[in-house]
Design a protein around this ligand. Structure first.
Ligand code: PMP
Length: 437
């Protein structure tokens, strides 16, 4: 960056333009647990980038695999042809998730969500249940920014510009209290059990018009919200009773974040479809994947005339060679270094560290699971997000990257972290929280 004007041309995502231009936080390098900024400072990555760099930054094995692939085959279509690495990666992934025999590659989380919603609707149609087109999401669910994702997502602010979006969408409530449906601001982390609300919503319609329910097993982007015991089981039961497909959006919870490969294992609930992205390639190359339970893919094949498939769907970059290479190398690193087990082993230490913040400054709630945490601050009336943003700025100045959502701080560092990183992270954060107005 040589001229101030250089900062003008990029319309930055998430409307962070003005703040960034005032205070450009330019990251130029990364390694392991750290970023390096343009002015040469090292920043401890408390968020694994955007919940994606689970194996830590710039891992040699992954970088080399991408380089090697780029020198051999830069691109190959996935329509009527393929290349070996995408099949190899799909096969490796299905062995990680027994019971799911097909993987569909996408370019990231939002595409994975769209793909899963389309598979769900098409699945019913192919089976002669074409009336099943309704979708049910959850208040405070986040499923990316595609039209499918914002329709089933529960963040009103994310969809307010875009009209009615997908028709026939309902949202499971997050709490019983209407003023709490909006988003954040000091409400309880999960207002009651509320899985029975699915029965209520289904009863509002003809159950045979509902295609799928989509939830994040742990809601990440809206503040690390962990469901009460039995919530996901109950959703599964109700879906089974009515022939509705259940989709888990594991874009954040997949690939070790909760101390298990996927949240489906952690909670012991098997959805019909699982959406993933982020940790699949350690954030190095964009890629997502949708897992389908055994039998779902066969439905499309069985009903379609010979040589065709009922569902037309696919992206230019589905199974991209560089992403597939990155994915395979990433899975190797996870396995060789036992990073999912490591997350589980470190989880009690992490939990103690999270709860060491009890009563610090404006902290009103602390939530954790595996290596993820939500630190909820009491909001300043009329100034939502102000305290968390102040914490973000101060933490960054002190060399720690955190993420904020509303009045909640989210932490999800790379799983290669040492106890000393946890100490540093919570030491810095504690110091920052004490200074908040
Ligand atoms: N689903 C969930 C649960 C997510 O957390 C995200 C991203 N934070 C997405 C979908 C969208 O992923 P992407 O930004 O890769 O499109």
């Amino acid at each position: 960056i040589t001229r101030p004007n250089d900062l003008e041309s990029f319309w930055m995502p998430f409307t962070a333009n003005r703040a960034f231009k005032k205070n450009p936080r330019m990251l130029v390098e990364a390694e392991g647990m750290h970023y390096t900024t343009a002015d040469g400072r090292r920043i401890l990555d408390g968020t694994a980038g955007l919940w994606c760099v689970n194996a830590g930054h710039r891992r040699e094995k992954i970088v080399k695999a991408i380089q090697k692939q780029a020198e051999k085959l830069d691109y190959a279509p996935s329509f009527q042809m393929g290349h070996p690495l995408s099949f190899e990666l799909a096969s490796r992934l299905t062995t990680m998730l027994p019971g799911y025999d097909r993987v569909f590659f996408t370019g990231g989380g939002s595409e994975s969500v769209d793909t899963a919603l389309k598979i769900a609707i098409a699945y019913h149609r192919v089976r002669g249940e074409g009336a099943r087109t309704r979708l049910i999401g959850r208040e405070r669910g986040y499923h990316g920014v595609g039209f499918g994702g914002i329709s089933v997502g529960g963040i009103v602010a994310n969809r307010k510009f875009f009209g009615s979006l997908l028709p026939g969408v309902d949202h499971l409530p997050h709490t019983h209290s209407p003023e709490n449906q909006a988003f954040t601001r000091g409400q309880p982390a999960w207002g009651g059990h509320l899985a029975d609300e699915l029965e209520r919503i289904v009863a509002l319609h003809d159950a045979s018009t509902v295609a799928a329910v989509i939830v994040e097993p742990v809601a990440g982007s809206t503040g690390v919200l962990i469901p009460p015991q039995g919530y996901l089981q109950k959703l599964r039961q109700i879906c089974d009773k009515h022939g509705i497909l259940l989709i888990f959006d594991e874009v954040i919870t997949g690939f070790g974040r909760l101390g298990s490969s996927f949240a489906t294992e952690h909670f012991g609930v098997k959805p019909d479809l699982i959406t993933t992205a982020k940790g699949l390639t350690n954030g190095c190359v964009p890629m997502g994947a949708v897992f389908a339970k055994q039998g779902i893919y066969d439905t499309f094949m069985d009903k379609a005339p010979e040589g065709t498939i009922e569902l037309f769907h696919g992206y230019t970059y589905s199974g991209h060679p560089l992403a597939a290479a990155a994915g395979l190398a990433t899975l190797d690193v996870y396995k060789e270094e036992g990073l999912f087990e490591r997350a589980a082993e470190l989880a009690p230490y992490w939990e103690d560290a999270v709860h060491s913040l009890k009563g610090t400054g404006p902290v009103i709630d602390l939530r954790n699971l595996g290596i993820i945490a939500g630190i909820e601050l009491e909001g300043i009336p009329g100034k939502p997000t102000a305290r968390a943003m102040e914490a973000f700025t101060k933490a960054y100045e002190k060399g720690l990257l955190i993420r904020t959502t509303g009045d909640i701080i989210a932490l999800s560092p790379p799983l290669i972290l040492e106890k000393s990183h946890i100490d540093e992270m919570f030491g810095t954060l504690g110091d920052v929280l004490k200074t908040l107005h």
